[in-house]
Design a protein around this ligand. Structure first.
Ligand code: NAX
Ligand code: K
Length: 486
């Protein structure tokens, strides 16, 4: 095995350069994998490999650190920290370890690591050193069970307040490995080294903000079993045939824009056009007099009742307000390919009849793009419940409504019935502004119109949408600027 770890993603706001499709595995699978390799590879335990990989990463990312504080918890996460502490001390660092448990009661491996750290000359102190150049958060990994209290909470506060970097062992303490839900008290690290498996919780919910740069070391254990989720990889550039015409890339029709919300429909339409659709029609429900978008004269304006949209990809919602409600039965019943966003989803959430219509649409032709509150309305729950398990919520929606679901937010989740959910690695907080959701809906429409299967269309559009924000140099990105970049 290599003790060099691989960087999977840089911290938030730094783009997803170099990202590729990684398998993500939950803690139950990780424990089963650990159980099938109790002795690691060769004659070293997995913990010994983990400790060496951690110490090497620390040397690589904080090479000039002299004093390193290692905060160790009572389980094997703490054992990893003790192994790393022994190496770093032997390599000339001044290592201070804090423990709040009796090491005589640790697991066999963690006890052996404690003896090694003592033999190496590591200092032990039950409170953090007055000054330290870097810290290893080895408090809790996949075994964190309850909110952190007492000394553990104090140590987390100390790490988070320090101006020096924290490297989280396996995952930041207080973050749920499977869901990315962060406890009120959790570590905010600059680097996280995920061990043995890459956990889904690092990439969604509170994960990205808590982890910083995400690194991975498989500890020499190869795992070819199906993952519980996938990190979505970059979009392949598709070659457009020379012998193409505007019909080749499909027609998109945007239905939305209730009075005062015409801009939402225009944003979706411009985005579909710049996203590669052959022709884009707009049905602005609140502004029938509108016949031209001067900034995008390619768009064609029609009344919804007069347009033959039966062979088009429809994008419905986009500032549709109350006006979209009366068209939804027709749209759900007859649209060939369909993207449902915002107000369309809110109306569906309130109507069992529309819900049934949605679930009965032909498989593989519908994408819904809810944010957490819209997802909560559809699931008859709260946004907090959705955010506590974003993967689970997206998969439930996909199964219940038999469609592809794009659950927006930090680490957008894309789920389809019977498929492995994807977590998107691109995007940043510049997207947290009005209209970016309309841009995404239009872009999904363009990818569907180009003939992509619904899951692929959704994954590609979400990746490109986030990538455009990652590549944007300014600090503020408006939705209309975003339209042109995707
Ligand atoms: N699973 C694996 O394959 C491997 C695991 N390793 C490490 O071991 C970790 C998992 O070890 P464990 O299962 O021992 O779990 P943890 O080390 O995450 O913690 C579990 C221990 O903490 C206690 N605990 C949980 N929440 C607490 C709280 N709020 N306050 C006080 N005590 C609390 C539990 O009672 C238990 O004793 C991984 O995250 C990883 O760092 C590595 O050694 C290598 C391989
Ligand atoms: K940790």
């Amino acid at each position: 095995m290599s003790t060099n770890s691989e960087r999977v993603l840089p911290g938030t706001g730094l783009g997803a350069a170099g990202a590729r499709a990684w398998p993500l595995r939950d803690s139950a699978h990780t424990r089963a994998l650990e159980g099938s390799h109790p002795a690691g590879t060769g004659n070293r335990s997995l913990m010994e490999f983990a400790g060496l990989a951690l110490a090497r990463l620390a040397l690589a990312v904080v090479p000039h650190a002299r004093t390193i504080w290692v905060a160790c918890g009572p389980g094997n996460n703490g054992g990893d920290g003790l192994e790393a502490a022994a190496h770093l001390q032997q390599w000339g660092k001044q290592v201070v370890v804090s423990l709040a448990h009796d090491p005589e009661k640790s697991s066999t491996d963690a006890h052996a690591a404690w003896l090694k750290a003592r033999a190496a000359g590591v200092s032990f102190n039950d409170h953090p050193p007055e000054a330290f150049d870097a810290c290893l958060d080895a408090l809790f990994g996949i075994g964190a069970l309850r909110p952190l209290q007492g000394a553990y909470a104090d140590w987390v506060a100390c790490m988070n307040a320090a101006s020096t970097p924290t490297i989280a062992v396996d995952l930041p303490s207080g973050l749920d490995a499977d869901t990315g839900a962060a406890m009120p008290m959790h570590v905010t690290a600059q680097h996280t080294l995920s061990l043995l498996t890459l956990k889904p919780g690092l990439f969604t919910g509170g994960g990205r903000d808590a982890c910083g740069d995400i690194w991975f070391n498989d500890l020499g254990v190869q795992d070819s079993s199906p993952p519980q989720a996938l990190l979505a990889g970059p979009v392949a550039i598709t070659r457009r045939l020379h012998a193409s015409h505007k019909g080749t890339f499909g027609d998109v029709c945007i239905v939305g824009g209730a009075p005062g919300m015409t801009g939402a429909a225009l944003l979706a339409a411009r985005s579909a056009l710049h996203g590669g659709a052959g022709r884009v029609f707009v049905c602005p429900l609140g502004a029938p007099e509108l016949t031209l978008d001067p900034q995008c004269p390619e768009l064609m304006f029609r009344s919804f009742d007069d347009l033959d949209w039966s062979a088009m990809t429809l994008v419905a919602g986009c500032g549709g307000g109350q006006a979209i409600a009366e068209s939804l039965p027709l749209i759900l019943g007859h649209a060939k390919q369909l993207v449902l966003d915002a107000d369309a989803l809110n109306h569906i959430a309130h109507s069992p009849v529309l819900q049934q219509q949605l679930a009965q649409r032909p498989a593989g032709h519908t994408v819904i793009t809810p944010h957490p509150l819209e997802a909560a309305r559809l699931l008859a729950t709260t946004a907090a419940v959705v955010q506590a398990d974003r993967l689970g919520a997206a998969q439930s929606l996909a199964e219940r409504f038999q469609c592809v679901v794009v659950l927006k937010g930090s680490g957008t989740v894309i789920a389809a019935p019977g498929d492995i959910p994807r977590i998107n690695p691109t995007g940043n907080a510049k997207l947290a502004t009005a209209g970016t959701g309309d841009v995404l809906a239009g872009l999904v429409g363009a990818h569907l119109a180009a003939g992509r299967p619904a899951m692929q269309a959704a994954c590609e559009a979400v990746y490109r949408h986030g990538q455009a924000a990652d590549q944007w140099q300014g600090t503020v990105l408006s939705a209309s600027q975003l339209c042109h970049r995707t």
